[in-house]
Design a protein around this ligand. Structure first.
Ligand code: FES
Ligand SMILES: [Fe+2]
Length: 330
């Protein structure tokens, strides 16, 4: 995982008020809960007293209470009550649990994986999806590092093979380009696949797209397929740990607007359309070794892998940046 980034980790609806939720993300056991006022909190799921999991404890208004001996923690992770010592006793400052900054944007929960600071950047979500769209979500667990799952969504050569009987029908095996461009931390990809007519693929600089980019990746873990202005597929790749990823795949549409029909269409897009395609991808990606990709590794890449190379380069650059800012102390 790259430090000092916002990661989409869950959907907002998964954390209900009054009920703590225990999950593993970023390789850590975390507990998420909401105060009675609705404020969302995320902390390490480990009581400072003797290591019990807080997620099986209770939310008491603005604190979470450990199920074992009742220690209560506030939203910052500071322990405010040790019942056996009594309300009158002072709580020593070492009784605390680390907590993470969070945001809720677009129905996702975003966790700041790094040093908390006042000037956190904006959450890397696609703002245009916040207005007028309906969506339905499909969740899919992959036994793969999230970098492999992301690369699969940037892989423009696998369609006629992995999806030969679905979205890859037609034997469009030859890949022109693809053309890529970075805009801040967003990678944009244009691609044209065609039937092999005996000519060589066009080089990336020879591709002259007639419409906007198809694929958008916002570092570190959100991707969008821009099918049309009114139809999109978005994936948040929530890192569980080094070997597991939870994919939140959303089908967004603003084509059908009539209530009920609209819900049916959105549901069908996500649950029927995306499920089969995703299963085809997963079958192959979970076999890739090594589990985690990196810029310098023993793979033989070709022109069509350009978006993947771009992703690996940026990933490495952000990792180096995070390491140097850690060294500098911010
Ligand atoms: S382990 Fe949590 S209160 Fe004792
Ligand atoms: Fe695929």
């Amino acid at each position: 995982m790259i430090r000092n980034q916002w990661y989409g980790i869950l959907e907002s609806s998964e954390v209900k008020s009054g009920k703590p939720l225990g999950v593993t993300r970023m390789g850590e056991r975390l507990v998420l809960w909401r105060t009675s006022g609705g404020e969302l909190v995320c902390m390490i799921d480990l009581c400072a007293h003797r290591g019990a999991a807080l997620n099986i404890g209770k939310v008491c208004q603005d604190t979470i209470r450990c199920p074992f001996h009742g220690l209560e923690y506030d939203t910052s992770g500071r322990c405010v009550l040790i019942p056996a010592n009594g309300r009158a006793a002072l709580v020593p400052s070492q009784f605390k649990v680390a907590s993470y900054p969070l945001r809720e944007v677009g129905g996702f929960i975003w966790l700041w994986w790094g040093e908390p600071r006042d000037d956190l950047p904006e959450v890397p979500f696609f703002r245009d999806l916040l207005f007028g769209f309906h969506y339905n979500t499909l969740r899919s667990h992959w036994a793969a590092h999230y970098s492999r799952a992301i690369e699969n969504q940037l892989d423009v050569m696998h369609l006629p093979f992995v999806h030969y009987n679905t979205i890859g029908r037609g034997n469009y095996t030859l890949v022109d380009g693809p053309m890529t461009e970075w805009v801040d931390n967003e990678l944009r990809v244009w691609v044209q696949n065609r039937i092999d007519d005996g000519t060589l693929p066009l080089r990336p600089d020879e591709v002259h797209p007639t419409r906007g980019p198809f694929l958008h990746l916002r570092m570190p873990n959100v991707w969008m397929n821009h099918i049309s202005d009114n139809l999109r597929i978005v994936v948040v790749f929530a890192p569980i740990d080094e070997a597991n990823t939870l994919m939140y795949v959303r089908f967004y549409q603003r084509v059908v607007r009539v209530p009920i029909l609209r819900e049916l269409f959105t549901f069908a897009g996500a649950k029927i359309g995306d499920r089969k395609i995703l299963a085809q991808d997963r079958r192959v990606v979970i076999t890739q070794r090594p589990l985690k990709s990196s810029l310098h590794m023993d793979e033989k890449l070709i022109q069509g892998d350009r978006p993947i190379i771009e992703y690996r380069r940026r990933r490495q650059a952000l990792q180096e940046l995070a390491q140097s800012s850690d060294l500098l102390g911010y």
